[in-house]
Design a protein around this ligand. Structure first.
Ligand code: KIV
Length: 274
């Protein structure tokens, strides 16, 4: 491989500058070193250590129960893989909502654990937190639209941006949220679970890149939860696509092992010591 083609570490300034339909951003979640190295080898720009760890790894109904200790632990595991992709650490529910001091203190914890940028959910109502974290020289990624930490306010994980008016989750409010996130210093923003035309509209209004999930094709990048991308999740959501069927492959591998143990075929002499 020539020096020119060699992939280099993806950095925050590169992220902030990536606003081009010709070079869309790709982000995938990972929660440990093994899978971080797999998604990194796949060439993603960003690895999100998401609080989706709650649903896909911990078996929880929503993301609300994830603690700072959980997130630090998973960020440390992903950082141990030393990926070329930028490591995004998700601030969990309760770690930034109550004060800017909490927001900065907990962002510092994620950075010390190995995150290179932190992500938090919300728009207008978390502006002070975004500004304070940015002022502490920690890069911030926003997250607007269907924000899973607003599970109870939304009445579940519901598509946002379909209503008029100014209430949280309305179309106008989401545009306001996006602008507020940008004005307060975020260098990118995730747009989740909103109609495609609204996500495109927001993308065009912003100078920072948008990364969509369940938000159509008009964003500057896309993110998927790794378990959905690899077909590890037990069910397929409308806005996700399994690019492999690892759940089936893994299940049949285990079935074969169980059969071989029961029949006495495993271990054979080749895999035994004399
Ligand atoms: O935690 C997560 O995986 C996320 C993505 C769905 C954007 O926030």
């Amino acid at each position: 491989m020539s020096g020119e083609n060699q992939r280099k570490k993806f950095t925050v300034p590169q992220l902030a500058a990536r606003k081009s339909p010709a070079q869309k951003l790709s982000m995938v979640t990972a929660y440990d070193a093994t899978f971080a190295s797999i998604v990194d080898a796949g060439g993603v720009d960003l690895i999100l250590v998401g609080d989706s760890v709650a649903t896909v790894m911990q078996g929880q109904r929503n993301t609300l129960g994830v603690s700072m200790e959980h997130m630090e632990y998973h960020v440390q595991m992903v950082a141990a893989a030393k990926p070329l992709a930028l490591i995004v650490g998700d601030l969990p529910f309760g770690s930034y909502q109550s004060s800017v001091q909490d927001a900065v203190r907990n962002s510092v914890r994620l950075i010390k654990a190995g995150a290179e940028i932190v992500k938090l959910e919300g728009g207008v109502h978390v502006c002070a937190q975004i500004a304070a974290i940015t002022a502490a020289d920690i890069p911030v990624m926003g997250h607007i639209g269907l924000t899973p930490q607003s599970y109870h306010r939304m009445g579940g994980n519901k598509i946002q941006g379909r209503t008029a008016g100014a209430a949280a989750g309305s179309k106008n409010r989401l545009i306001e949220d996006a602008l507020a996130v940008q004005e307060n210093g975020a260098c990118a923003v995730v747009i989740e679970g909103v109609p495609a035309d609204l996500a495109s509209d927001i993308t065009q209004r912003l100078a920072i890149p948008t990364i969509g999930i369940g938000a159509g094709n008009g964003c500057d990048g896309q993110v998927l939860v790794m378990h959905d991308l690899l077909g590890l999740s037990p069910r397929v959501l409308t806005f996700t696509k399994p690019y492999a069927q690892l759940r089936d492959i893994a299940t049949s591998a285990v079935q074969q092992y169980v059969e071989e143990v029961r029949s006495g075929e495993w271990p054979d002499t080749e895999h035994s010591f004399s």
